[in-house]
Design a protein around this ligand. Structure first.
Ligand code: FAD
Length: 466
């Protein structure tokens, strides 16, 4: 090796889990090395995930919203779209955040090594860095290597017309006809972007609902809106084969919507696979399961006492806010603080148009598992604010424990649902009940008062001025 480094804590992977863990450990006085294979920190989330997708989705939402103003006597000409500027605008947001992270690392004296790291021994990682090999010995290690998009064997993934989410975020063009394989959050978010830009979208989903796992009432409200915007939503349908031809990607469908079609572009968004198998973890004795997940306890500790793992690679919902919280716990445990990853819930948000957000128990789960609940549902068609913004498709649903009246779960669909769900997460963590939420004075007219109204509906005492 050309260079030897010793670290009290080495963090492998510079995504939201990794950089949060590194910064927290440094703040707690530990000497930290952060290894990231790509030139910029931030991982999937900042570079090719949460942040660039939301920058594009904001643009898409405005394009769609502009169309709703016809009823107020304002019409706009169809948008003129310059993809190069759009891409540059999105990249600028990403760059600002990732360079910010580099500055924060420097400030904390976190040593960042760019290169791919692999275990070589129980207390040593080897890094193929740009300017030679680096050997890092460590007291503690935090594995934060994240996940990658799942590919389907036999699909022409090498053809540039067959995209994963990273390719789709590059918006190389606006296809006339586009197929989205997989109706989960990532697929539907990218579909929102391309539909707003003018592509004709088909979505194909194996399960009998979009966004499997989400409450059906919420998904129905979303579906009602996107059905009008997309060509076809094919549920209970499987892509049997996909072939690249010179005039398009030929797809054969099996199941409820059996048939064939040709597309200019296809987005494959059928899930993400953990990167746990790529680290030579066995050299350190770290257990990796058959899927590539690394099992951990509530301290984020693997089966090896001085090696921790966090984020997408440990399983559970693959979400940035889960990764960052786990990162803090791992760093604090290493520093000797009594930390534990023990959230009552991890909220999920689809930044589609309308947005879909949920947390805690869903009604689908409650029914499947025979959990008793009371519910309060407030349709946004009765919200003055929702009507004022021409968006009455929304819904706020709260579930309560019939005995204690404490909140068990919440689901919201409508514009800004992702912002609104935060209040219900706090309510759950604080053990708030129906009355706490119903009697808290919410500002009028807002969308957040629909949470208060839903609690009052459950309580059977809605009297407010809508
Ligand atoms: P990652 O972000 O995957 O980071 C892992 C890092 O480790 C990467 O930078 C990788 O290069 C590096 N690495 C891997 N192996 C090595 C190695 N051997 N050596 C050195 N470096 C290595 N989540 C949300 O909460 N909200 C959203 O809105 C959202 N939107 C998304 C949109 C898209 C299109 C995608 C794909 C994902 C989205 N996610 C979202 C999920 C979110 O991006 C992930 O949950 C999050 O990035 C996981 O963080 P992480 O730190 O575990 O891993």
């Amino acid at each position: 090796p050309e260079k030897d480094i010793n670290a009290q804590v080495v963090v492998l992977g510079g995504g939201p889990g990794g950089y949060t863990a590194a910064f927290r450990a440094a703040d707690l006085g530990l000497r930290v090395v952060l290894i990231e294979r790509y030139p910029s920190l931030g991982g999937v989330c900042l570079n090719v995930g949460c942040i660039p997708s939301k920058a594009l989705l904001h643009t898409a939402a405005i394009i769609e919203e502009a169309k709703t103003l016809g009823g107020m006597g304002v019409t706009f000409a169809p948008p003129e779209i310059d993809l190069d500027t759009m891409r540059a605008g999105k990249d600028k947001v990403v760059k600002k955040l990732t360079t910010g992270l580099a500055g924060l690392a420097k400030q904390r004296k976190v040593e960042v090594i760019q290169g791919t790291g692999r275990f070589e021994a129980p207390n040593r990682l080897g890094v193929d860095a740009r300017d030679g090999k680096v050997s890092v010995t460590f007291d503690h290690c935090i594995i934060a290597v994240g996940s990658s998009p799942v590919k389907i064997p036999g699909f022409p993934h090498d053809d540039p017309r067959v995209m994963d989410s990273t390719d789709a975020l590059q918006i190389e063009g606006i296809p006339e006809r586009m197929l989205v394989v997989g109706g989960g959050i990532i697929g539907l978010e990218m579909a929102s972007v391309y539909a707003a830009l003018g592509a004709r979208i088909d979505v194909v989903e194996l399960q009998n609902q979009l966004m499997p796992g989400a409450d059906l009432d919420l998904v129905r409200a979303l579906e009602k809106v996107i059905k009008k915007r997309y060509e076809r939503i094919m549920l209970q349908t499987k892509v049997a084969s996909m072939q690249a031809a010179s005039d398009g990607i030929k797809v054969v469908f099996d199941g409820k919507h059996a048939g064939e079609a040709s597309y200019d572009k296809v987005l494959v968004s059928i899930g993400r696979r953990p990167n746990g198998k790529l680290l030579n973890a066995e050299a350190a004795g770290v257990k990796v399961d058959a899927h590539g997940f690394i099992p951990v306890d509530q301290h984020m500790r693997t089966n090896v006492p001085n090696i921790f793992a966090i984020g997408d690679v440990v399983g559970g919902p693959m979400l940035a806010h889960k990764a960052t919280h786990e990162g803090k716990v791992a760093a604090e445990v290493i520093a000797g603080e009594p930390a534990l990853f023990d959230p009552l819930t991890i909220p999920s948000v689809a930044y589609t148009d309308p947005e879909v957000a949920w947390m805690g128990l869903t009604e689908t789960e409650a029914k499947a598992e025979g959990i008793a609940y009371e519910k309060g549902v407030f349709p946004w068609a009765a919200s003055g604010r929702a009507l004022g913004i021409h968006r009455d498709e929304g819904l706020t649903k709260l579930l309560f424990d019939p005995e204690t009246k404490r909140i068990l779960g919440a689901g919201i669909v409508g514009p800004n649902a992702g912002e609104l769900i935060g209040e219900t997460v706090l309510a759950l963590e604080m053990g708030a009940d129906m009355e706490d939420i119903g009697m808290t004075i919410h500002p009028h007219p807002t969308l957040n008062e629909t949470i208060c109204f839903a609690a009052e509906m459950a309580h059977g005492s809605i009297t407010d001025l809508l």
